[in-house]
Design a protein around this ligand. Structure first.
Ligand code: SF4
Length: 114
């Protein structure tokens, strides 16, 4: 298993450089922004839930990924949900990714990032 590439449409107007994307939480983000586009995707409705399997997978995913593109956390559910205080999934993933030299792109509205 490798880090998943961000799958923005290549034929459209997207000018993003290649990057990986990890959602450390699924479900409806606790910030509940009225403009959030993620609610149209089936995996991002219902209560926010931690992706606990990532804690076991992130080390091997990172070791199996050779190209050091930046890793975005996260494009659909804010990676610093209130649940992060308890589960620390985003923190653990960031530590492993940084240890292996992957640049991080952290997208959050939460002060938990500090
Ligand atoms: S913080 Fe981001 S992911 Fe969360 S509801 Fe707002 S726009 Fe959506």
């Amino acid at each position: 298993m490798k880090l998943p590439l961000f799958n923005a449409p290549r034929a459209g107007l997207c000018t993003c450089l290649p990057k990986y994307n990890i959602n450390t939480y699924l479900g409806r983000c606790a910030h509940q922004c009225i403009y959030c586009y993620a609610v149209k995707f089936p995996s991002f409705v219902g209560p926010a839930s931690p992706r606990l399997k990532l804690l076991d997978q992130i080390e091997s995913m990172t070791r199996n990924t050779k190209l050091k593109h930046p890793v975005m956390m996260s494009d659909c559910t804010d990676p610093y949900q209130p649940l992060e205080r308890e589960y620390k999934i985003t923190r653990r993933c960031a530590e492993v990714l940084a240890k292996h030299g992957f640049p991080l792109l952290i997208v959050t509205k939460s002060n938990l990032v500090t």
